[in-house]
Design a protein around this ligand. Structure first.
Ligand code: ACM
Ligand code: ZN
Length: 539
């Protein structure tokens, strides 16, 4: 089929694989803010089209576009320094406002002009071109003349991945980062440590990698009386070299990695290797079941506080991102109430209950603040789960991740603290996604459908005056019941598509039926890239 015959039949949809020409479609996910297609004229991209790298454009970004076009269509477009026509011009300039994530695309008879307000914005524009492409083997792709102006609704757009409960290796983490890039996200929250496994090499404490990565067995689902009898996690951790490689991989895709070292709870794996940092001295075992453990770091011992700072110090050096997540969720105070060291700390620091739920909660506040102040000396901003707000220590130098509901985010914003919305009832992707559980892999209890994600508004319940503190939105993937990459992909896609619209697109322009149409087209890309996904929205 030629371009002329496509125009004749005005076949807007992609031609099936094997055809020689097809149309680009700018109605991608997330939907650009403003798309104007003024008429019926087209620019035709083919093997003679060049990619022109303008001033301030990295070789990598230009190469990405070249590779995306080749992957999706088989057409080879080479990168060059200049061209007069038949080109895709890439540039960085503040053309469509101040938003660094913003970009414009103009398609006219000379070709395609993509201009980012920053290199991040350009990269998002490149992703839009990529997603506009038909998927198949083609000689030509027709791009309707167009003006696209786009920028995100929220400046923080992320997904989380738990690699503790089950380990996901370097290749999968990269594939996951690729998925985030495809959806215009700019942060990746990497949950690296928990009770069931420690997954990052810390040079000063080598046993964390050697010992804390391995548990003796794993319970069967949620049945704590039965287990699989199989050791899990031996050697399953990221070396510092792996971390540096992944950090760079993400940065190349304009994504910053936020490492999470969850403390002072969720530390049983570390305690198994270094029992002296607990209240009782142990012995401890890397946990073989799920839930919330009473065994936590001792906030009273100076050596424990030093341990936590030492770990954060190495982590701060490894991750250039300004944010570090220090957890703070689900830390029972059972041991602290009995521990002479913890009680002595309360006295020596003059810790008062104040607005906290108990004096031991205030002790957690003291611990979190100690870490926050330490990290500040390294130029870092702390993120913590919304329990931060109950410790009486939360200050406006901390960012709150609201997970138990939206209340944490609402309260944080009221106190002029930045907040990231991750309410579990909308954005926990380890939950079931349909009513028919018999057809789904075993999952954590709740239910979050694609439509529910899509209809979530992070500003719900936030007064106008506080909205500037809601910096963004993410979804979490906890992996107690997810052990395989293809299963992880199944849980994430297509809920991530709905999430990306919540993060990026204005509320007014979001229509679920229209989204589903665009999603159907996006599946071609997932098939081509080898991602697994849930199909129930189409069944
Ligand atoms: C969490 O889900 N415990 C943050
Ligand atoms: Zn203690």
């Amino acid at each position: 089929m030629s371009i002329a015959s496509i125009l004749l039949f005005s076949a807007i949809a992609a031609a099936p694989a094997g055809e020689q020409a097809a149309m680009a479609d700018y109605n991608v996910i997330p939907l650009p803010r403003h798309i104007e297609v003024p008429g019926n004229d087209y620019f035709v991209l083919d093997g003679r089209t060049k990619i022109v790298r303008g001033e301030g454009v990295s070789e990598k970004d230009a190469d990405f576009l070249s590779e995306y076009i080749r992957q999706s269509t088989g057409i080879e477009c080479h990168v060059t320094g200049q061209a007069r026509k038949n080109a895709i011009w890439l540039s960085v300039s503040a053309s469509c406002g101040q938003n660094p994530d913003g970009y414009t695309v103009t398609v006219d008879k000379t070709g395609i002009h993509v201009s980012g307000n920053s290199s991040d914005g350009l990269f998002h524009g490149i992703q839009t071109i990529r997603k506009s492409l038909p998927v198949g083997e083609y000689d030509e792709v027709a791009f309707p003349y167009a003006e696209i102006m786009d920028e995100p609704r929220f400046r923080y757009r992320a997904m989380h991945l738990d690699v503790s409960r089950h380990f996901f290796d370097k290749d999968f983490v990269k594939k996951y980062i690729d998925l985030l890039a495809l959806h215009n996200m700019n942060f990746f929250h990497w949950h690296l440590t928990d009770d069931q496994g420690w997954r990052i090499e810390i040079r000063k404490y080598p046993l964390l990698a050697e010992k804390s990565c391995r548990r003796d067995y794993t319970v069967i689902r949620r049945d704590y009386d039965r287990n699989d009898g199989t050791p899990y996690g031996e050697g399953c951790y990221f070396t510092q070299e792996d971390i540096r490689e992944i950090v760079q991989y993400a940065l190349d895709r304009h994504i910053r990695i936020i490492p999470e070292i969850d403390m002072p709870g969720h530390m049983l794996a570390a305690l198994a290797a270094y029992p002296q940092f607990g209240c009782t001295g142990g012995p401890y075992k890397v946990w073989t079941r799920w839930g919330v453990s009473d065994q936590v770091l001792c906030a009273g011992k100076d050596e424990t506080v030093q341990f936590a700072k030492d770990v954060l110090s190495e982590v701060a050096d490894l991750f250039p991102c300004r944010y570090i997540h220090i957890g703070g969720d689900e830390c029972p105070k059972t041991e602290w109430k009995e521990c002479p060291d913890c009680q002595a700390r309360i006295v020596s620091e003059g810790i008062q209950q104040g607005s906290a739920e108990s004096v031991e909660d205030a002790l957690q506040g003291w611990f979190m603040k100690e870490m926050t102040d330490f990290l500040k000396t390294k130029g870092k901003t702390v993120i913590g789960w919304d329990e931060l707000l109950e410790s009486g220590a939360a200050g406006d130098d901390m960012t709150v991740m609201s997970w138990r509901g939206t209340e944490g985010g609402i309260a944080a914003a009221e106190h002029r603290m930045d907040a990231i919305m991750v309410p579990h009832s909308y954005l926990y992707f380890d939950y079931y996604q349909t009513d028919d559980r018999s057809q789904e892999p075993f999952a954590a209890g709740g239910k979050v459908t694609v439509e529910k994600v899509f209809n979530y508004d992070p500003y719900d319940g936030i007064p106008e005056k506080d909205r500037k503190y809601i910096i963004g939105v993410q979804a979490n993937l906890w992996t107690e019941f997810i052990a395989e990459p293809s299963h992880a992909e199944y849980m994430v896609i297509p809920r991530i598509d709905a999430l990306s619209e919540v993060q990026w697109s204005p509320l007014e322009s979001r229509q679920y039926a229209d989204f589903l149409k665009r999603l159907r087209r996006q599946l071609n890309l997932y098939d081509m890239l080898g991602y697994n996904y849930a199909r129930y929205v189409f069944e």
